[in-house]
Design a protein around this ligand. Structure first.
Ligand SMILES: [Zn+2]
Ligand SMILES: [Zn+2]
Length: 114
């Protein structure tokens, strides 16, 4: 009986660290997955830019990209230019609309608000 207790204590001492790390990893993984679900998929356009770069009125993408204009040689390094993205319409997923719910303040009409 006494030997069994010693054995259990020995096992916990030997594997305790590993088990602790494993549990921590499981908790972290679960937490990360929940964060991913809460954040949802990112609204990325077909051009690769975020929805926020696209003008709501025209749909045109206003992001700029670094484009290689001339490759380097012995005398000079690569030459890059910032070129505007050619995308004209956001084609990615539309995020869910956020609804605004006004506070319910009972049925009392206040004269000073009208
Ligand atoms: Zn785009
Ligand atoms: Zn773009």
């Amino acid at each position: 009986m006494g030997n069994n207790v010693v054995l259990v204590v020995l096992i916990v001492c030997l594997f305790g660290g590993g088990v602790g790390r494993w549990i921590t990893r499981q908790i972290e993984r679960k937490h990360n997955r929940r964060l991913e679900i809460e954040k949802g998929p990112q609204p990325l356009c077909g051009c690769g830019h975020h929805r926020s770069f696209h003008a709501p009125a025209t749909g045109k993408c206003h992001s700029a990209e670094r484009k290689l204009m001339q490759s380097s040689n012995d005398e000079r390094p690569d030459i890059y230019a910032m070129v505007e993205c050619g995308c004209h319409q956001y084609s990615g997923p539309e995020p869910l609309t956020t609804y605004y719910a006004p506070e319910i303040t009972g049925g009392v009409m206040r004269k000073d608000l009208t």
